[in-house]
Design a binder for this molecule. Structure first.
Ligand code: ADP
Length: 553
């Protein structure tokens, strides 16, 4: 803009100067020429008067005093006298327009350009009283030759003026632009500048306010979106239509173990290149909602991708990542449990069916009936125990417990368990002992009973003849401690972490022999979790086992 103003100013100033100079030149030239003609006319009248009065000899007396060329021409056109040349050698002048006009009208004038000298000659002729014609002529340089002569002066002036114009234009341009440069674009109305710029500054100020409001609104929306995204447990990724990541919340970054700087603004495949991830991304960017299951670091994630559309064009996509590990594992456990249950139920049922068939077909001898009946009874008992344990476990699994929490005395409850198990312990010559004090916790009596019962039942089942089972209930700083200690066969270290799994048995045949279902410790574990308690197992093969449950205060 500065350059434009500067150039325009230079151009206008130069044009003005040149045109003014030309105008002055032509006006002055015209004035000069007119005055020269007037001089010639006056001088001709004066000379004509003088000749009419004192004869043609007057001409020789003024020969050296006049600047004009004087010619005396006879009425027939013969040149009688010529001040600047030899009159006898001159041709007849009758055809000269000024002579012809003077002979006819008394005066005549004419202007002619001499091609040879490039000079303009003005002739003025007057008819004398004696019929001859006196003619005066004077020359001036032609416009062109005067102009040509003036060119060097013009050039010097133009050069001088040009320097002046450039300097002035630069200074003026700077002055014009300075207030515009001083405009504070953030606060346009606070600047004092040209009145003509007021509407523009007003508009600018309005637009600034509008832009500020829009930016504030966008910032608020972004903060809102960010805080929603960050407070989500689910992973959230927002993509642009070209697959570039616009937003990835902390959960998403954590899931994919990625850092924001290598994810935001980069293609989504930088996050994960698995088949599942690539497929849903490609589909969603083609405007198709997509879902997939992704396995990553032993976790299961459900990927749900939804396209963002505008006028049936994809403008982006949202990918939601849900951690479904627990659900998947629970489903897996349930499937395994169902398979195990079917298998466990099948075994006693097959045995019962076998014995019943032998009796039905009359193959068995009558003396074998009691033995077979005993087997059927034992298998049926095992079946009932199994079904009971399965039901208990399912209830704990589903949280489907219609029992209410109440204050329970663990010491008293342990005594009840001992009463129940005493005949069983006696049958194996095992002593059941209890020590400690009354200790109350808030819990579900039935579940707590199952816990103590299963632990004691195992302690008897996996004990040695004449062994001991000791229950201790004590109040500790951290809570109430229930300890079941036996002098039994113990659990090898490599099995200790697995005995709480469903249907896990260290020695399958021994467990079955003793009527074990493989579910006792699973029920204990669930019961303990239900009461927010912690269970600890210490055991050494041949040296017995101790189960400790701490019910926190
Ligand atoms: P089970 O019905 O077979 O006893 P549990 O779930 O109660 O099933 O126990 C799982 C396995 O842990 C048992 O089969 C047994 O091998 C082992 N076990 C449990 N308690 C004891 C214990 N007190 N002493 C030795 N082994 C034990």
């Amino acid at each position: 803009m500065k350059r434009k103003i500067f150039r325009s100013m230079c151009l206008i100033a130069s044009l003005t100067f040149i045109l003014t100079s030309l105008l002055i030149f032509f006006v002055l030239y015209g004035e000069f020429y007119n005055s020269m003609r007037d001089e010639v006319r006056k001088e001709a009248i004066y000379v004509a008067e003088a000749i009419n009065g004192s004869g043609e000899s007057y001409l020789s007396s003024i020969k050296d005093t006049t600047l004009s060329r004087i010619t005396l021409i006879a009425a027939d056109g013969t040149v009688l006298y010529e001040s600047d040349a030899d009159a006898s050698k001159m041709e007849n002048h009758l055809t000269r327009p000024e002579i012809a006009s003077a002979l006819k009208n008394g005066t005549g004038e004419s202007t002619r350009l001499s091609n040879t000298i490039g000079k303009q000659t003005f002739y003025y002729a007057i008819r004398l009283d004696n019929g001859n014609v006196i003619r005066l002529a004077n020359t001036t340089s032609s416009v062109l030759s005067v102009f040509m002569r003036c060119i060097p002066y013009f050039l010097i002036i133009i050069l001088f003026m040009l320097v002046l114009i450039i300097y002035f234009s630069r200074w003026r341009t700077k002055n014009i632009v300075a207030p515009i440069n001083l405009i504070d674009l953030k606060e346009p109305l606070s600047t004092e500048t040209y009145e003509e710029l007021s509407p523009l500054l007003l508009k600018l100020s309005k637009q600034n306010t509008q832009i500020d409001n829009q930016i504030d609104e966008l910032k608020n929306q972004k903060t809102e979106l960010d805080s929603i995204a960050e407070s989500m447990n689910e992973g959230l990724i927002i993509l642009g239509n070209n697959g570039i990541v616009l937003l990835a919340n902390n959960s998403a970054l954590k899931i994919f173990n990625a850092k924001p700087d290598i994810v935001i603004g980069k293609h989504v495949f930088n996050i994960n290149r698995s088949m599942a991830f690539r497929t849903i991304t490609e589909r969603v960017l083609k405007c198709e909602p997509a879902e997939a299951l992704l396995t990553l670091n032993r976790h299961y994630y459900q990927l749900m991708a939804t396209p963002i559309e505008k006028n049936s064009n994809v403008t982006g996509a949202v990918i939601l990542i849900l951690d479904v590990t627990e659900r998947s594992e629970a489903e897996q456990r349930r499937r395994e449990f169902t398979a195990n249950v079917s298998h466990e139920l099948k075994t006693p049922l097959t045995a019962i069916l076998g014995y019943a068939e032998i009796i039905k077909d009359g193959i068995a001898k009558p003396e074998d009936y009691p033995r077979f009946a005993e087997h059927i009874y034992a298998e049926a008992t095992r079946l009932i125990a199994l079904v009971k344990d399965i039901i208990n476990l399912s209830k704990l699994d589903e949280g489907d417990l219609d029992t209410v929490r109440e204050t329970v005395d663990l010491f008293e409850l342990s005594n009840k368990v001992i009463d129940t198990l005493k005949p069983f312990a006696d049958s194996k010559g095992i002593s059941l002992l209890i020590s400690g004090e009354h200790a109350f916790i808030t819990g579900v009596r039935q579940i707590l009973y199952e816990i103590i019962f299963n632990l004691c039942d195992n302690a008897i089942k996996y004990n040695t003849i004449d062994g001991t089972v000791k229950i201790t209930v004590s109040k500790e700083a951290k809570g109430i401690l229930l300890k079941v200690k036996d002098t039994g066969i113990g659990i090898p270290i490599e099995h200790q972490s697995r005995v709480f799994e469903r249907f896990y048995r260290v020695d399958k045949s021994h467990s079955k022999e003793t009527g074990g279902t493989g579910l006792g410790l699973s029920i204990v574990k669930h019961g303990v979790l239900y009461h927010n308690a912690k269970i600890k197992l210490q055991s050494e093969p041949g040296n017995g086992t101790v189960f400790e449950i701490l019910f926190p205060n």
